[in-house]
Design a protein around this ligand. Structure first.
Ligand SMILES: Nc1ncnc2c1ncn2[C@@H]1O[C@H](COP(=O)(O)OP(=O)(O)OP(=O)(O)O)[C@@H](O)[C@H]1O
Ligand SMILES: [Mg+2]
Length: 289
């Protein structure tokens, strides 16, 4: 891969708590385990979840005395001057400069964005080669993309977030001649097959068709994600109690398979291995829900 041609993955959705930061770290760590050089960027200056996730990872590696791959991480700090427009310009300058430097030294850049509209989030969206939008399994999450007609279940109006993405796409097309590959991903999918889940799936397909994006296989709801965050770990890391902070379980293995399918569906410029559950992991997993 060319040194100045890093592939940019933006994880975005103006709906809070849909799984952006979790997905961002998982994609970054997957790519690191594949041997790529990866930079991560946190433009969520308020919560800084991805920054804390990476910090937790560094701390776990240190305390376990283990050598685990870490991305080059950048957090764009909030500018606190009196003028909003000057602050936005200052943040934008830091972002542009840092991203230009990062492009020189990595193969992939993964950018995590906040669950609300911000100047920097828009700038980041316009940089995306691939845009990943995690959605929870609810009609409320779909409402962030399009207004759905109650009777017909058809999308009838584009939402502000979708308009932001369409604008970013147009900007990018004018600048580079290529659009953004936008992929919707269902996250925290319930293990129970409910009527609501079926309705959401059908509606997602319709919304995707109306917005010109794709839908990827999703990730199930699993309690392991809580401790993965505090340890700074992902399902792609070794299944080792020292790193996970708990006994590895079948839930880790199953989640790894799902994330593998997701990466495969993203069609990133990588040579993907055939999905297997035991590739990156060491140690054993016990059965659990
Ligand atoms: N598949 C999953 N199963 C269970 N919990 C999950 C899953 N994915 C994410 N979570 C949990 O959901 C919560 C929100 O996830 P995350 O912080 O990644 O969302 P976010 O979209 O980045 O939120 P925000 O908009 O606030 O930045 C976290 O507690 C995370 O551990
Ligand atoms: Mg987040």
């Amino acid at each position: 891969m060319s040194q100045t041609n890093a592939h940019v993955i933006v994880v975005g959705n103006e709906k809070g708590g849909s799984g952006k930061s979790t997905t961002a770290l998982h994609l970054a760590i997957y790519l690191l385990h594949q041997g790529y050089r990866v930079g991560t960027v946190d433009v969520d200056s308020r919560q800084q979840t991805l920054t804390r996730y990476v910090r937790n990872r560094r701390e776990t590696a240190r305390s376990a005395g283990r050598d685990i791959p870490l991305p080059s991480h950048l957090h764009v700090p909030t500018a606190w001057g009196d003028s909003i427009s000057e602050n936005q310009q200052a943040e934008r300058n830091v972002f542009d400069r840092s991203l230009a430097d990062m492009r020189e030294s990595v193969d992939f850049i993964v950018i995590d964005t906040p669950g609300f509209d911000s100047n920097l989030a828009r700038t980041a969206h316009a940089m995306a080669d691939t845009l990943v939008t995690p959605l929870n399994e609810s009609m409320i999450d779909l409402d962030v993309l399009a207004r759905i007609d109650d009777q017909s279940g058809e999308p009838i109006q584009t939402s502000p977030y979708s308009r932001t993405v369409q604008k970013a796409r147009a900007e990018r097309l004018a600048r580079t001649g290529t659009g953004i590959d936008w992929v919707l991903v269902r996250n925290r999918i319930s293990h129970l097959n409910s009527r609501n889940a079926e309705q959401v799936q059908t509606t997602i397909e319709k919304v995707a068709a109306s917005l010109g994006c794709r839908v990827a296989e999703g990730i199930a709801e699993r309690v392991i994600f809580r401790s993965l965050f505090t340890q700074g770990m992902t399902v792609f890391d070794p299944l080792d109690a020292d790193l996970l902070g708990s006994t590895p379980s079948m839930s880790h293995v199953n989640a790894r398979l799902e994330y593998r399918s997701l990466v495969s569906a993203l069609r990133l410029p990588v040579k993907l291995p055939v999905p297997r559950a035991d590739n990156e992991g060491e140690g054993s997993a016990r059965a659990s829900a």
